[in-house]
Design a protein around this ligand. Structure first.
Ligand code: MSP
Length: 507
């Protein structure tokens, strides 16, 4: 199967916070899982540069928008690297390949013979935070409820996209493909927005210079969303080393988009319509996740509660951050988080449940069997086939939290298996040598299956578990099965997977 997965491209008007890391982590878990299933996978992330708010920050710093974007992009490129994300490409909307593609894309719509692009004057309230016009009923006390600021009055002659002409086509799409947008309640939200009637929107800006020039009217630049959404196609057309020009577009489109609810309309309504107008297939699927909220407040730089994901990685490591993001909040729902929960999960689940399990298992093999793991299966400690089936079924629904819970049940079962079979007692009795071998094998075997299953979540830890048990490094999903562990020699008591971390004192 082919699997093309994207994150939103993030605005570079400030540096990344944990909310951005959250989507990138979730996407990487899904991409790694699909690769271990053997799917032909392409994973894209990157940054959105041509926003008015980016130009404004640049001006405040006395830089051109491009100079400013060049100065901050490193922080954004570092994010996937430090999170251990396996994106195949990192797109910048200021890349020449992207800009060219946006022009071709808009030109295709302009030339589609249906007058889907026309000129008109638009006047309305514009929220720079959202980079979108707001109708009166979307404002609360005259302010944008998401950004808490008064929008600005904008009036100019622009190029418009005839979104209203796509209402029926979009409704048909939603009706024919009930899983087009997941979770279901988000799909319903998008569908009712469409059913409520669609207003055309302007796809150009006359007063801005920072952006992609409109090919047939270079005095105007493309509206940031008409530029940014196209990244999902353009990257496939020019990303280096992924195939001959255009081949990846053919190979990977239509793709799957991951995003949060803040940008649902752009992705679930505008984007499929733009694609249809330009003669491309609509996306394969969209998953809209919830918002991380810290201490009941939206994460924002101005509120001063924006956790820097790199600080957390410095203290706990990338695997722990990935684990916490997948586990702490049920994926798809909003979740209020606190940093205390981070330390608590690290100690109890990573260090104790998983880390100690490996330490104990390897220590017993070293001590009672001189480091040799015999291929001597007992009844089995976990049901690895059921674990694999649940993983596939849950991750196909993007439920990274439920899939991880399934793995953790197996971890807990392995710990119970140790307690229930007390290998230290068996070791005292020579006549129980066969029983001891079987218990040690079942434990090692369960741990191998767990390591492979959890590898999309804990990509640094999983190979350490396999190595500690003298097993091949192969992470393909079909190793999540009974009696997957091979006989091995030279096993030593493993050092802790998750060493004790002192809770950092808040700055
Ligand atoms: N540039 C646009 C997206 C264009 S995509 C063609 C944009 N950028 S953004 O920097 O504001 O990123 C928004 C996205 O970041 C959300 O949709 C979500 O994926 C992620 N998140 C930002 N804050 C978040 C939380 N507090 N919680 C969860 N995800 C968050 O919108």
């Amino acid at each position: 199967m082919r699997f093309y997965l994207t994150t939103p491209i993030y605005y570079v008007n400030s540096t990344p916070h944990i909310g951005h890391a959250y989507t990138t982590i979730a996407a990487d878990i899904l991409a790694r899982h699909h690769r271990q299933r053997g799917d032909d996978t392409f994973f894209l992330t990157g940054v959105d540069e041509h926003a008015d708010k980016v130009a404004r920050v640049a001006a405040e710093q006395g830089l051109t928008p491009q100079e400013y974007a060049d100065s901050i992009v490193g922080a954004w490129q570092e994010l996937p690297l430090r999170l251990n994300a396996t994106n195949d490409f990192f797109i910048r909307t200021s890349d020449d390949g992207h800009k060219r593609f946006v022009q071709e894309f808009l030109q295709r719509i302009y030339d589609n013979g249906r007058e889907d692009i026309y000129q008109d004057v638009y006047a309305g309230w514009y929220c720079v935070g959202c980079e979108a016009f707001k109708s009166d009923d979307e404002l609360v006390d005259g302010k944008c409820p998401d950004h808490g600021v008064e929008p600005e009055w904008l009036e100019e002659r622009n190029w418009f996209f005839r979104l209203s002409a796509y209402q029926d086509a979009l409704l048909r799409l939603y009706d024919e493909r009930p899983d087009f947008v997941l979770p279901q309640f988000r799909g319903n939200e998008a569908r009712s927005f469409i059913a409520g009637g669609l207003r055309d929107f302007s796809i150009s800006r006359a007063t801005q210079t920072w952006g992609v020039p409109i090919p047939w009217d270079p005095d105007q630049v493309a509206y940031v969303w008409a530029d940014a959404l196209v990244n999902y196609l353009s990257a496939l057309a020019y990303a280096p080393n992924t195939g001959a020009a255009g081949e990846d577009l053919e190979r990977f489109w239509p793709g799957t988009h991951l995003l949060a609810k803040d940008i649902l309309r752009f992705h679930c309504v505008y984007w499929p319509a733009l694609l249809l107008a330009a003669g491309y297939e609509p996306p394969r699927q969209l998953f809209v996740h919830g918002y991380l909220i810290i201490d009941q407040q939206k994460i924002s730089k101005s509120l001063g509660n924006a956790i820097d994901p790199l600080d957390l990685i410095d203290v706990y490591g990338a695997d722990a951050v990935r684990f916490w993001c997948a586990r702490q909040v049920s994926f798809g729902q909003d979740g209020n988080v606190t940093l205390d929960s981070f330390q608590e999960r690290y100690d109890r689940e990573l260090a104790n449940d998983l880390g100690n399990l490996l330490s104990r298992t390897t220590a017993m093999i070293a001590r009672y069997r001189d480091g040799t793991l015999a291929r001597s299966p007992g009844p089995g400690a976990i049901d690895a086939e059921a674990l694999r089936a649940a993983l596939v079924e849950r991750l196909d629904r993007f439920d990274i939290t439920a899939a991880l819970e399934g793995i953790w049940q197996a971890v807990r079962r392995l710990n119970q298996y140790v307690e229930a079979n007390a290998p230290w007692e068996l070791a005292k009795d020579e006549s129980k040598a066969g029983e001891l071998d079987a218990v040690l094998y079942d434990l090692a075997d369960g741990l191998v299956a767990v390591a492979v299953a959890v590898s999309p979540y804990l990509p640094e830890t999983a190979p350490r578990i396999l190595q500690g048990l003298g097993q091949p490094a192969d992470l393909s999903l079909d190793r999540v099965r009974a009696q997957t562990a091979e006989a091995a020699v030279g096993i030593e008591a493993a050092s802790p997977l998750f060493p004790r971390v002192e809770e950092p004192t808040p700055a």
